[in-house]
Design a protein around this ligand. Structure first.
Ligand SMILES: [Zn+2]
Length: 249
């Protein structure tokens, strides 16, 4: 059910079957010395494929370019390989792809975000697409996680939960990549790092002390494939719950 490997006739039939299409919005962005640039696409596609084991759906090709990386949540724009697009380009791109998915036959679409900086732009793209194809229903998941209890956070983040904004190339993403694509994780290059200064406001241009030299925003050395499996099960379960609730699958 991976659309990029399907033929047009298979897509036509899957849409006619009433399956929703799940599209992930990621980035091409540095993820430290140990994870590939495609991390923000590989993880949500992996989650959608895990959900596809439990409910019928089609996994649409992800949008591989995300909104500009911010120093305090993604390391910023100064790393080679980080390729970002402007917010209005992202809105227009997603809107066009959503309309094209509807024209391909899908009446129910799910937009799943995996790049912190994209979040604010996606709702507008969904709303603009709806103006063009009003017979569509779009489920938007800006944040893949349910509300965790203190006890769950303590288990998932050995050493303490630092906040989702610094979970970039860190415990959760590294664990998920160890579970999904261990061949792409350079475990020998994992470093723990953090910004010298991480205030609760932002500054443009970002002061150099906002940017950890490695591109790692927290402490991935405690990441494990087992933790990754738990994160995967949680995120896939939440996606399934949302699809079942909103689309009656
Ligand atoms: Zn990421």
């Amino acid at each position: 059910m991976l659309m990029e490997t399907m033929t047009w006739e298979e897509v036509r039939d899957a849409a006619a079957d009433g399956r929703p299409a799940v599209i992930s919005i990621g980035s091409t962005e540095q993820h430290g010395p140990h994870l590939p640039l495609s991390t923000d696409c590989l993880i949500p596609v992996g989650i959608a494929l895990a959900a596809a084991q439990r409910v019928p759906l089609v996994v649409a090709p992800p949008i591989r370019f995300g909104a500009r990386s911010r120093a305090l949540s993604g390391g910023g724009e100064t790393f080679p390989g980080t390729l970002s697009i402007r917010g209005n380009t992202l809105v227009e791109t997603l809107k066009d792809v959503l309309v094209a998915l509807r024209r391909s036959g899908f009446e129910r679409l799910c937009v799943q975000n995996w790049h912190y900086e994209n979040a604010g732009f996606l709702w507008e793209a969904c709303d603009l697409a709806f103006e063009l194809v009003p017979d569509v229903r779009i489920l938007l998941i800006e944040d893949p996680w349910p509300a965790f209890s203190e006890a769950e956070l303590a288990e998932l983040f050995p050493g303490g939960f630092p906040g989702w904004d610094v979970e970039h190339a860190s415990i959760m993403e590294t664990s998920l990549m160890l579970a999904l694509h261990p061949d792409l994780v350079h475990t020998d290059r994992i470093v723990d790092d953090e910004a010298e200064r991480h205030p609760s406001w932002d500054v443009v241009p970002a002061p150099s002390e906002f940017v950890p030299r490695s591109g790692v925003l927290w402490h991935p050395s405690v990441a494990t494939a087992e933790l990754g499996e738990r994160f995967l099960e949680t995120a896939a379960g939440r996606l399934v719950e949302a699809l079942q609730t909103e689309f009656g699958l």
